[in-house]
Ligand binder design. Sequence first.
Ligand SMILES: C[S@@+](CC[C@H](N)C(=O)[O-])C[C@H]1O[C@@H](n2cnc3c(N)ncnc32)[C@H](O)[C@@H]1O
Length: 242
Amino acid sequence: MNEVKVSNEELQRIYNDLPKFYDRANAMISFFQDVKWRAELIKTVKSYCNNPKRILDVASGKGELSYVISKLIKTDIVMVDYAENMLKSSLIEGDKVLASFYNLPFRDNVFDAVVSSFALHAADDIGAVVKEMTRVSRKVVGVIAMGKSDNWLLRNYVAFYLRFIQPYLAALVGAKPLDYKYIYYIYRKIPTNSQLKSIISKIFDLKVFKVKALGSVYIFVGLKKREQGKEGEKSIKEEKIV
Ligand SMILES: C[S@@+](CC[C@H](N)C(=O)[O-])C[C@H]1O[C@@H](n2cnc3c(N)ncnc32)[C@H](O)[C@@H]1O
């Protein structure tokens, strides 16, 4: 497995250029680690896919992950999300497609890499989304999202934090506590990290699976199995460009 580190210089460059309206609540609830973890994901993806020409950011939101990609890799970026307002207020230029991650409106093997950050935990069927991401990728799939430790003590410690502390931390930077309580309800229903690992191992060749923050965040990177992909389909079928 590749051990990838993000250098201080790289992080500094990303932070320096971060737009002022960057989501402060996100940073606050992850103890200001979210940008670093996104950068770690992208560097890990890059280590498995040199010079990607086109990358898809799934459930991109305003493009926080796309923004990090644009700082670390020279490539075309396509963002897809089902919330039109998110795409409209995006942080970077690039193609934006309005669609659900269960049904990506692209042909097979169109992107060199397909990535996603802090969104997959919201899916009722994470495996179905990872399958769909793998279908449209030619090579690599990389994800960072909220996970759940297999250790009972850690799991309950994080549950307490998400239910009683994090919503009020978010309030400190102006967010509504209630808006953040839903994260606790998502946490209750997601699979544990080892269950998730077993689901995705059946979908592609899993290369990296690591956890952060007491198992409450995972990063994984997988390679499409050879027999899964027909090489070289180039065109993108876009349903709706915002
Ligand atoms: C917490 S935001 C994450 C945004 C960004 N990727 C980041 O790193 O901060 C979750 C995003 O997932 C999107 N999302 C949730 N369910 C989705 C679905 N079924 N299809 C497409 N996008 C979805 C939401 O609209 C939202 O923009």
